[in-house]
Design a protein around this ligand. Structure first.
Ligand code: FES
Length: 101
């Protein structure tokens, strides 16, 4: 789907997990790029209509690339680097309440 512009720099492969499924990314990729390279199109669904959303700007402006990373909700996947072992969840519906007392 996507091809890197700079192929001179060989980067090692890393493995992370999306909804429990292993995907492979290149070290240094953003999480959004890793997901798109793995064929993920809809990163989340809106809480109101359930409409699918995917990355649009890839520079932290549109907030359409929100995912859950290692239990942390609403992470802009275009603004974080993919890490080995990262646990990613593609959110559906409204944000869950956190914490509790
Ligand atoms: S793609 Fe727009 S904020 Fe991430």
């Amino acid at each position: 789907m996507f091809k890197p512009i700079n192929t001179a720099a060989k980067r090692s492969a890393i493995e992370l997990y999306v909804d429990g499924h292993a995907i492979t990314a290149r070290d240094g990729d953003t999480l959004a790029m890793a997901l798109m390279n793995a064929g993920v199109v809809a990163f989340r669904q809106t809480p109101v209509s359930g409409a699918p959303r995917g990355p649009l700007c890839l520079m932290g402006v549109c907030f359409d690339c929100l995912v859950e990373v290692d239990g942390r909700q609403n992470v802009q996947s275009c603004m974080v680097e993919a890490r080995a072992g990262m646990q990613v969840r593609l959110p559906t519906g409204a944000r869950r309440a956190e914490g509790g007392a």
